[in-house]
Design a protein around this ligand. Structure first.
Ligand SMILES: [Zn+2]
Length: 340
């Protein structure tokens, strides 16, 4: 669930963590996809998924949208990261790379971009609703017509046989499914949906109560550096802290008890096109839990700091498990709704 930081921050991110580019980690996405694989086993939806993905499982497909970030528009859309991310190896064939390149070419400059902004498709993975908001509402500060909520909606349109709404360019149902298998994970990562906007001194800004100042944007916590209280060491960004998942939540730990939890998730209500905003709304509740008690401090330049205690680490694990479980259940429920 990595998001591309602006260029000025790339050096900072690399300096902070060698794994800064590790996407919920790939591990989180694979867990979401693998849960869905198990939940749709034996259904008509599984047959349709196989028809579109061939040998790829949803667990494998779930990282495709992050792997496509290895296509570099500034290098004539070459795929520049072969061998860098093990989870992407399965797509690193001539046909696989051509598929990623084709997607990125169509989804690079198709959205309104300011100088220095990431490629459009890299911005499909998140939204930046303020964590004080109770609901996701398109038009609020940080939301976009091409954010994660809009992106999921676009994949659903294509999977239902309709064209993708602008600015998305999704060529067919296979591409839509590759994207959906990833975005359903992203929209449950608390900091991919809810974020803190901060004054230079670390005070939290209410974006809807004041005139918006872009300098308060922490970019989903990518500009907030964590400091471990126990050691006083600067560590990864707050965003990366939430992307990481403990070993116990990797897909090889999915068992009958975990699948039962996923099956117990309530079915989404109403029209399918309303689901992505509902999902973002429920993630905002988790983002509030994740952010409301933190005390942010001033940093230097484009960053802030936040001290994290061991107790905070302990509080993250159950939220992460819940979110991964919900995401797996939603992916399965969506596919069985499309292909009953
Ligand atoms: Zn992502």
């Amino acid at each position: 669930m990595f998001r591309h930081p602006p260029r000025a921050l790339v050096a900072l991110a690399i300096a902070l963590s060698a794994t800064a580019a590790s996407p919920w980690g790939a591990d989180g996405h694979r867990t979401v996809g693998a849960l869905a694989d198990r939940l749709i086993a034996g259904t008509h939806a599984q047959a349709r998924v196989r028809a579109l993905l061939g040998d790829l499982t949803l667990g494998q497909a779930s990282v495709w949208a992050d792997c496509a970030k290895g296509v570099d528009p500034s290098k004539n859309y070459a795929y520049t990261s072969p061998g860098r991310f093990p989870e992407c190896a399965i797509f690193e064939t001539p046909a696989g790379e051509a598929e990623m390149i084709d997607f990125v070419r169509r989804n690079d400059t198709n959205c309104p971009r300011a100088p220095g902004d990431a490629s459009c498709h890299a911005q499909y993975h998140y939204t930046d609703e303020s964590f004080q908001r109770r609901r996701y509402h398109r038009g609020d500060v940080g939301t976009r017509d091409f954010d994660i909520v809009a992106a999921i909606s676009a994949t659903l349109h294509v999977l239902e046989g309709e064209p993708a709404p602008a600015p998305f360019d999704i060529k067919d149902k296979r591409e839509a499914l590759l994207l959906l298998a990833h975005y359903v994970g992203d929209v449950t990562q608390p900091l991919h949906v809810g974020t803190a906007y901060l004054e230079p001194d670390g005070r939290v800004v209410d974006t809807e109560a004041s005139t918006f100042d872009p300098a308060t944007d922490t970019q989903g916590g990518n500009r907030i550096v964590t400091i471990r209280v126990a050691t006083n060491h600067r560590s990864e960004t707050l965003h990366a802290t939430w992307d990481d998942i403990p070993e116990a939540l990797h897909s090889n730990h999915i068992d009958a008890a975990w699948l039962m939890l996923a099956r117990a998730e309530p079915a989404p209500r109403g029209d399918m096109q309303a689901w992505p905003a509902q999902w973002a709304g429920s993630t905002l509740t988790q983002a509030r839990l994740a952010l409301k008690d933190l005390r942010f401090g001033p940093g230097q330049g484009l960053q802030w700091t936040v001290p994290l205690t061991g107790r905070y680490d302990d509080s993250m694990a159950p939220i992460k498990k819940r979110q991964l479980t919900v995401a797996g259940a939603r992916l399965a429920r969506t596919l069985t709704a499309i292909w009953p």
